[in-house]
Write a protein that binds this ligand. Sequence first.
Ligand code: ZN
Length: 174
Amino acid sequence: MELPVSAFDKLDTFLAHVRQTKYCWEWMGATTRDGYGTFNTGGKTSGGSALLVATHKFSFLVHNKIRSVPKGYHVMHKCDTDSNLANYRRCVNPNHLRSGTAQENLRDAQAKGRSRAGSRPGVPRTVLNPEAVQKIRRLLQSGLFSMRQIARHYKVHPKTIANIKKRVSHKNIT
Ligand SMILES: [Zn+2]
């Protein structure tokens, strides 16, 4: 997806649908079923239909004055674990957005989420904190990774991930 040059003139129209809070900027317009905002760029797809783009992506591209991110890269929310919105996916604050690969996103989750507790020398024990559990749920929902892949990244048994999915464990964390 490449933004048409004319889309850069649509920033004011875009921002008219945005409620800026002290932290996140909330998109108040249309959203897709998975909770991301959509914006009509005014361009057309190769098939001739209206070129809609996810609002966080539009915000990232226009504020960085670029028309696309490299192949294999996505626009991601840095505020996914601490957004002040009911749904962080609606956030379009350019300072809360970054581009990265899906793989990087997983590593980032790992870095944010893992902590060690009660470890003895030579016996590392990984404990999943609530943020990690939330992130794992999102990763599971995204459908991009298998339970085994997620388990490997968090260095936990696949059964731990399966239990989080089934909400056998960490039930109190949504
Ligand atoms: Zn945000």
